[in-house]
Design a protein around this ligand. Structure first.
Ligand SMILES: Cc1cc2nc3c(=O)[nH]c(=O)nc-3n(C[C@H](O)[C@H](O)[C@H](O)COP(=O)(O)OP(=O)(O)OC[C@H]3O[C@@H](n4cnc5c(N)ncnc54)[C@H](O)[C@@H]3O)c2cc1C
Length: 633
């Protein structure tokens, strides 16, 4: 199957149909970018290898429509119990992680790969060529050529505009395209194997850190369990026997049945390429970086690469983004890797301390940490990779609607419990007044149908109820934790609360008299999409009430405004959550929001005439009521 006259089959060639290459191919399909995916093996690996899927990876899978299938096939782990020499030291809970996936999912890598392969073939979004081994790369101006050995027999050349090497730890792409990298092994070695689970621990993970060694146990689907033990310094001739002995000594569990697959011994390593991009060749996943499997972050970091790279490739392919944006990808991913790797390495170091005295100290430290809710919560966030430092800075995530939507859910889940009083603090006590003004400026009387979008804790919907006692009011928010708070205070007032994206309210066209949005338009994944949706649901003559930060039109005051808001938000983000982005997000999202005149012009474009306008807080905030053009009262 030779491509005609050296033309690319598809603009993008992905090398390696492992989890990362498959995720990338599926994501590219979602952006309608054709790609060819090659793998040297005819059939995929059957080993379980990576078993932990973190919430950020699940969000990616939700975007391509397979999160539910994965959750059905896997085990949702909501608690990891930690043991030391004295017994249970405490527990890490994942069930209050922010966002839609408050758990870590265990699913053998072979199942993850199978689901992603099925999706690719069902969607027809990419062409998978099994039995195609990359043997050479030549880079030319504006294109790249892959030399490929097909079924270990015949050679062929596949031209493409970009080649992405997702071919794993021993990446041929990395070697052949001349990527420089740093590599080293860590000292400890481990043995791991999966067994039918003889315990009654259910979906719990258990971690044992004792003077006699360390052991980890993770539930797997199909009633099995993964055991990982630290090997003694000199190694052992019988790793399987040693593992079973450690399980018996540390966990008091007898593994009588044979392991489900051959036990694997491994010595963790660290590898990081100096650049992720060389001409038109890019790297993702283990091809670009390898970290210790202890801590379970390697594959998840690779999924993060795919998630970041796909929209950039799509943008460059369509000519909407310059190729220089790949530099941003490289910088970000190196930073993310370093954070994940540091975390992995410190976790591994903690687990490799042996000897009764050091182990006693470690146990005391663990107990100190696990006794306190806030440090325990932070540790759980770290394990689940929803940590502020591992997350891309919010500025990086505002460029794509899907990523902005996820960012919103993450941030508002984190601050839901303090949102009410923090709105007061951040606005120096003005927030309540602005909201009152907004509702006061709406047209009076009647029994209007009202919808409060991005309702947060329900302040505006509650004021709507006071103003219109007989109105039919619906409050909508995308973040479950925020909506739960709104529900608590609003449902007794006859306000209906719905978890919905403001871009897709599912309300009938022309069915609403009043739409209100408090600080929500700036957060809309896509402002135009949100305005189009509001214009769709409002009847002609209906009102739109907006309370929003407002950007000055002139450059200098606008820059000062952002400077002040950035400093104010970041200060409070750091004070409250040790994550400057939590409230620094206000300034970052405002920086990509249209300036005042442009925003008003946009409202006009979507059919709204401005009826009243107030500014507050040195003009940083705007309270605006618009009327949808057309006949109506
Ligand atoms: C024992 C073990 C346990 C682990 N546990 C975890 C965990 O719990 N959580 C976690 O996040 N990570 C874990 N990892 C790491 C994880 O397995 C890897 O990070 C992950 O497999 C990387 O995916 P990838 O797609 O980048 O590469 P790979 O999975 O290695 O896939 C590369 C693909 O490229 C193909 N390929 C290779 N060379 C060529 C070539 N020349 N031409 C064409 N195709 C080629 C291969 O056939 C393969 O299909 C673990 C790793 C090990 C070894």
């Amino acid at each position: 199957m030779t491509p005609p006259s050296g033309q690319p089959d598809a603009p993008i060639l992905v090398v390696g149909a492992g989890p990362v290459g498959l995720a990338l191919a599926n994501l590219l399909g979602r952006h309608q970018v054709p790609c060819t995916l090659i793998d040297k093996h005819v059939t995929p690996h059957t080993q379980s290898r990576a078993i932990g899927l973190t919430p950020p990876s699940l969000r990616l899978f939700r975007r391509i429509g397979v999160a539910e299938r994965m959750i059905e096939a896997g085990v949702t782990v909501t608690v990891a119990r930690v043991y030391d020499d004295r017994g249970e030291a405490g527990a890490l809970r994942f069930d209050d992680l922010p966002g839609e996936f408050p758990f870590i999912l265990t699913l053998p890598q072979s199942d993850t790969v199978r689901i992603l392969r099925d999706l690719l073939s069902a969607s027809g979004n990419g062409t998978l060529l099994p039995g195609h081994e990359l043997t050479g790369v030549s880079k030319g101006p504006g294109r790249v050529e892959a030399k490929v050995l097909v079924d270990r027999e015949s050679a062929r050349t596949i031209p493409a505009s970009w080649l992405v090497g997702c071919d794993g730890r021993y990446s041929a792409t990395r070697e052949m395209a001349g990527f420089a990298y740093a590599h080293r092994f860590y000292k400890p070695s481990f043995v791991m194997a999966d067994y039918a689970d003889p315990t009654d621990w259910g979906a719990e993970a258990r971690l044992f850190f004792t003077g006699r060694g360390s052991l980890e146990a993770f539930p797997l689907p199909g009633g099995s369990r993964r055991w990982v033990a630290l090997l003694p310094p000199g190694g052992t001739d019988d790793p399987a026997g040693y593992l079973e002995q450690q399980v018996s000594r540390l966990a008091h569990v007898e593994l009588r049945a044979r392991p489900l697959s051959e036990p694997t011994t491994f010595r963790p390593e660290r590898l990081l390429v100096r650049a992720f991009v060389s001409g038109r060749v890019l790297l993702a996943g283990d091809a670009a970086h390898v970290m210790s499997p202890i801590g379970g972050q390697g594959m998840n970091t690779g999924f993060g690469d795919a998630s970041r790279l796909a929209p950039l490739l799509a943008g460059v392919y369509r000519g909407r983004l310059p190729e220089a944006c790949f530099g941003l990808y490289a910088r970000e991913r190196r930073r993310v890797f370093r954070v994940a790797c540091r975390r992995n390495a410190s976790g591994m170091w903690l687990g490799t301390l042996t000897g009764s005295r050091v182990s006693g100290l470690r146990g005391s430290l663990l107990r100190q940490v696990l006794r306190r809710p806030e440090p325990t919560r932070r540790l759980a966030l770290h394990f689940a990779m929803v940590t502020p430092r591992a997350a891309l800075r919010c500025r990086d995530r505002l460029s794509s609607p899907a990523r902005k939507r996820d960012l919103n859910v993450e941030i508002f889940s984190e601050i839901a419990s303090e949102y009410s009083w923090m709105s007061g603090v951040l606005s120096l006590g003005r927030d309540a007044m602005w909201k009152r003004n907004l509702v006061r400026d709406l047209p009076g009387g009647g029994r209007p149908v009202c919808v409060d979008l991005a309702c947060g804790n329900g302040d505006i919907a509650a004021l709507l109820r006071e103003r219109y006692p007989d109105a039919q009011i619906t409050a909508v928010d995308i973040t479950p934790a925020m909506l739960a708070r709104a529900r608590e205070r609003l449902e007794s007032k006859g306000v209906h609360c719905e978890q919905r994206d403001m871009m897709r309210t599912e309300l009938p066209a022309g069915s609403v008299d009043i739409v209100t949005v408090g600080y929500g338009l700036r957060n809309a994944p896509d402002l135009r999409g949100a305005l189009a949706e509001i214009a769709r649901v409002l009847r002609p003559g209906g009102s739109l009430g907006v309370l929003e930060f407002s950007r000055y039109d002139s450059r200098f005051p606008a820059a000062i405004e952002l400077l002040i808001l950035r400093a104010w938000g970041r200060l409070w983000g750091w004070l409250r959550t040790r994550n400057v982005d939590t409230y620094g997000y206000i300034a970052e999202s405002l920086a990509v929001f249209p300036q005042r005149r442009a925003f008003h012009a946009l409202l006009d474009e979507y059919g709204f005439e401005i009826r009243s306008l107030r500014h507050g807080f040195l003009g940083f905030v705007e309270v605006l009521v618009g009327r949808k053009r057309g006949t109506g009262t």
